[in-house]
Design a protein around this ligand. Structure first.
Ligand code: TGC
Ligand code: FAD
Length: 397
């Protein structure tokens, strides 16, 4: 198969329930700008970078230029000053290109800029946010540890008070962007067992961020560890206004919201490719789209995509007035990612043997979505969040 993808990307979206009527001019303009950028900058290179398992780092600057970092954060702090629906639409168009490219933006905007904006001192905000917003700095978010993934409350990474500084020890695992990051937002326990957030710069003595190799999923996104060996962190680097797990979990709510929208983009790309293929590919003297079994697949795909679009739009409307609860966000993340993975699997079948090649984006989306199903809270953890919300009983521990 071609080592560099030759795909002609003539994607124009699918809107079966006329949801565009619910969008405003700003949403539509943002969508078109990001769609154009993805066609120009992502589609032509993404199969090659995924194939080589290399992160297209040069895209960070372009992502900043199209306003993909913190679209709903205030402009004075490096964000885009848009609403939550615009943020969602931007994530959707990026993930239409590749989940890893959307990850680059999610982490920078929702997991690095957002906690600094929300919890840091004014001095920290002024120091970091403009440079994160324009892509001069790359950030990462360290919550997960080798032995504590779904249960971050059990973390063992810790700080010990040493006058004007803390001494940080421990390790974080599976951290998007860590090997290329200039700074890390790190969550660690103090001597009282309270979780604190802090910014650790890459040059800090005792800090390293080795890359994790061998991923079959999200291959165009770079993932690594964070290792802290007696790292001295000045107290001015610690977030003054948050303690406890609600700090990192509130960042996750912001990022999970973006994924609920983003996953629809991957599904739309798979649907778009499969629909066009079914209209052109002939077997038994007819287009395969004329067979009932192919129509069943396509009809179910667009039905599930449309339901996910409605869920995301309603969630966005609630988020705009500060009324999207963490549990509502969990439901949308879980449903929409699973929907996208199912759509990718069905689309792959419609393309027959061609579906497994890198001439089409479907297998790449499918493999990417296996990560998206797991990170930011696994499929089953989000089910348990909904279960707890509706029953009042905690089934985690
Ligand atoms: P629990 O007792 O339920 O909650 C502790 C405190 O946090 C509050 N809270 C939230 N606040 C904001 N947003 C949320 N989503 C929140 N969920 C809970 C809660 O009200 C409480 O506040 P307070 O004031 O009472 O202290 O905590 P728990 O220890 O029982 O944990 C619950 C559980 C299992 C749901 C949580 O630990 C969880 O969500 N686990 C999943 C872990 C996870 O999602 N990790 C993601 C790591 S980052 C990542 O994957 C980035 S991928 C990046 C990319 O490339 O895109
Ligand atoms: P585990 O928690 O060990 O779970 C394994 C299985 O057990 C899952 O199926 C889970 O659903 C199930 N399980 C766990 N507990 C329960 C329970 N109580 N009841 C029922 N089932 C349960 N983390 C970061 O902090 N920052 C990042 O930037 C980041 N980026 C990532 C990038 C990639 C490519 C990947 C793969 C992960 C990333 N993560 C990141 C980590 C991610 O959030 C975790 O992988 C995820 O939270 C799950 O943790 P785990 O892998 O340790 O699985």
């Amino acid at each position: 198969m071609a080592s560099v993808n030759q795909r002609v990307d003539n994607y124009e979206g699918h809107d079966y329930y006329n949801l565009d009527e619910l969008l405003n001019e700003d949403h539509l303009l943002a969508r078109q700008a990001v769609r154009d950028w993805v066609k120009k900058e992502v589609t032509p290179i993404i199969e090659d970078y995924s194939d080589r398992h290399v992160c297209p780092k040069h895209l960070f600057k372009g992502l900043a230029e199209i306003g993909a970092f913190g679209p709903s954060l205030p402009t004075e702090y490096g964000g885009g000053g848009m609403d939550e629906i615009a943020y969602g639409i931007i994530m959707q168009e990026l993930e239409r290109g590749d989940s890893g490219v959307r990850s680059m933006a999610s982490v920078q905007g929702s997991l690095v800029m957002y906690p600094i904006y929300r919890f840091a001192s004014e001095e920290q905000k002024r120091k970091y946010l403009p440079k994160l917003g324009n892509g001069d700095f790359i950030g990462c978010f360290g919550l997960t540890e080798p032995d504590h993934g779904s249960n971050p409350a059990g973390m063992i990474t810790n700080v010990v008070d040493d006058g004007d500084s803390y001494i940080l020890n421990g390790a974080k695992m599976w951290i998007t962007n860590s090997p290329v990051a200039d700074l890390a937002v790190v969550w660690a326990k103090n001597e009282e067992g309270e979780i604190l957030g802090m910014v650790v710069e890459k040059d800090a003595k005792g800090f390293s961020a080795p890359e994790i190799h061998g991923k079959w999923s999200l291959r165009a996104s770079i993932t690594g560890e964070l290792v802290f060996e007696d790292v001295r962190v000045p107290k001015s680097q610690v977030f003054p206004s948050v303690k406890g797990l609600k700090g990192p979990l509130s960042c996750l709510s912001k990022a999970r919201y973006g994924i609920a929208w983003g996953a629809i983009g991957a599904a739309l790309d798979c649907y778009d490719v499969a629909l066009k293929y079914s209209q052109q590919r002939e077997q038994f003297g007819r287009p395969i789209g004329a067979f009932q079994l192919t129509q069943k697949k396509l009809a179910e795909m667009i039905t599930e995509i449309t339901k996910a679009q409605l869920l995301a739009w309603r969630l966005g409307s609630m988020a705009n007035i500060g009324k999207a609860s963490p549990a509502q966000i969990s439901m949308a993340k879980r449903n929409n990612v699973h929907m996208a993975l199912t759509v990718a699997r069905e689309a792959r079948q419609i393309l027959g043997g061609m579906g497994i090649t890198n001439e089409y984006p479907i297998m790449r989306h499918m493999m990417n979505l296996e990560t998206v199903l797991t990170y930011e809270g696994t499929h089953d953890i989000h089910l348990l969040i909904t279960g707890m919300d509706v029953t009042g009983f905690n089934a985690f521990g």
